[in-house]
Design a protein around this ligand. Sequence first.
Ligand SMILES: Cc1cc2nc3c(=O)[nH]c(=O)nc-3n(C[C@H](O)[C@H](O)[C@H](O)COP(=O)(O)O)c2cc1C
Length: 220
Amino acid sequence: MTHLLHIDCSAVSQGSVSKELAAAFRKTWAEGRPDGAVVHRDLGVEAIPHLDEAGITSQFIPSEVQSPEQKAAGELREKLVEELLGAEAVVVSSPMYNWTIPSTLKAWIDQVLVAGRTLTFGDDPNPLAGRPATLLLSYGGGYTPGAPQEHWNHVDPYLRTVFEDALGMDLTVITAQLTLAGKVPGMEELIEMSQKSREDALRATEERAGKVTAALAAAA
Ligand SMILES: Cc1cc2nc3c(=O)[nH]c(=O)nc-3n(C[C@H](O)[C@H](O)[C@H](O)COP(=O)(O)O)c2cc1C
């Protein structure tokens, strides 16, 4: 385990709330692990290809008989899987797009979840089990428990399934909500709540990054 794996996926480069949270995490990380390596993928800047037929079949066909497309697709999956398996900690920032995650993040998840490598079954332990993962999320609306549209939120329930249930990682989820207040007409009365949510999320992010770096330093 050698690095922090940092995934961003907001399509926006300036003024992204999810990337602002990730930057706060990275700042605390740099202070706590000054020599720690980081692998950063900004999928909003450089998307990775969707998993296609060559990528899926590359997992089941011996390399000697793979087509050039299968070889290339299999090599990409292997590189991304190695980045995940080699991470001592993972931080993923994501906005809500149309009530779920951006397709760029889904493409990364489809590439890295590989049976027998990152996905295990039955009693087989997952190689990522217990490692810290932090999700830093930004939602334009409000989806807190009891909110009228709570059940429209398919971001953190889905990501919890991936990182907590399937990979067994030690997961913390931090969300800035109502980020569209002040930008969208009709949300004016929510501006104060939006600012508070963002400030709380920034504080929680710094706290989480501090805990993760302290735990890793203590284990070293
Ligand atoms: C294409 C697109 C779709 C969006 N869909 C939703 C949505 O379904 N629900 C919501 O609450 N906000 C939605 N938003 C607002 C974003 O979740 C919000 O602006 C968030 O802060 C974006 O993250 P970022 O600031 O890191 O870019 C959407 C924004 C975009 C650009």
